[in-house]
Design a protein around this ligand. Structure first.
Ligand SMILES: Nc1ncnc2c1ncn2[C@@H]1O[C@H](COP(=O)(O)OP(=O)(O)O)[C@@H](O)[C@H]1O
Ligand SMILES: [Mg+2]
Length: 271
């Protein structure tokens, strides 16, 4: 079945950029392009469930033309510009808890080292646990104002748990300079306070708290390199988004802001 055929009897789901226009709901199932690692990811999703984590889609099948079927998770997924309900402190707390539960299950699963996991947004320092790497609002399903499930494991790769916390902080605090944040987030979000809430709700260790601001800077550099790669490949979605959002100047500004406030974030996490 082609994406066009799927569109004929399914509802297009919008949210991400990587598979934009190619994700469809068909009743209780989602049909989307299968990532290169789909087979290993399906095994991982089943293992997560065996280890008590049931807040992710269940794999249902792979088609001969490289599409995958997963269970559809009912609820609300926020899209940018993000509404206030998804950026409340209790919503943020629930995201920290969800990530912690994912990691507790994930840490108990042996990563298949024979798989070529994507390097796009993975931890440059590597690790022994499969991280999600893309815990953005578009990949979290909410019910009653609380994070109920994580979806879209396409970029999952081995890394340190801290790396996933850093990526999650980028999107959920968000760890963006105020000018960049106002484009997609409600006003009045206090970054140090929210970073602390995320760390507390995740249950981050003192050592990881000390390392988190640096990991966020590293993760931001990885995200910039990811966008640069897509743009260099001529990806129209990423090229247009980069131009509309203020080009590389915006990335410079975000990185300068993080570096300038490094000590402030460390203090907010540790004191
Ligand atoms: N299993 C699922 N359950 C509920 N909603 C889903 C599911 N999979 C995808 N969606 C919806 O479709 C959108 C796009 O799907 P996603 O797999 O994240 O695509 P992309 O790889 O382009 O980010 C998501 O933001 C979400 O709203
Ligand atoms: Mg997505």
């Amino acid at each position: 079945m082609t994406a066009g055929d799927a569109a004929a009897d399914g509802e297009a789901l919008v949210g991400g950029m990587l598979n934009a226009g190619a994700v469809f709901r068909r009743g209780a199932l989602v049909e989307r392009p299968a990532p290169r690692t789909a087979r290993a990811l399906h095994t991982h999703l089943l293992a997560l469930r065996e280890h008590g984590f049931d807040e992710a889609p269940m794999p249902v099948g792979l088609t001969a033309d490289r599409r995958e079927h997963l269970t559809f998770i009912p609820g609300d997924v926020a899209l940018p510009p993000f509404p206030r309900w998804v950026m409340t402190q209790s919503a943020l707390r629930s995201v920290g808890g969800l990530l912690r539960r994912l990691h507790e299950a994930s840490a108990a699963i042996t990563v298949d080292t024979g798989v070529e996991w994507p390097r796009d947004l993975s931890d440059p320092e590597g690790g022994t646990m499969l991280c999600h790497n893309d815990v953005c609002p578009e990949n979290v399903v909410f019910r009653d104002g609380h994070a109920a499930a994580l979806i879209d494991f396409d970029l999952a790769a081995p890394g340190r748990p801290l790396w996933d916390v850093a990526m999650t902080a980028r999107y959920w605090v968000p760890m963006l300079d105020p000018r960049s944040a106002t484009a997609f987030y409600p006003t009045g979000l206090d970054a140090p306070t929210r970073l602390r809430i995320l760390a507390d709700s995740y249950g981050l260790s003192p050592q990881d708290r000390a390392d988190l601001p640096g990991a966020i800077e590293q993760a931001t550099a990885s995200c910039r390199a990811f966008v640069a790669g897509r743009v260099a490949d001529g990806d129209p979605g990423y090229t247009q988004a980069l131009a509309e959002r203020g080009g590389w100047q915006r990335w410079d500004r975000m990185q300068e802001w993080l570096a300038a406030h490094h000590e402030m974030f460390t203090a907010a996490l540790l004191n």
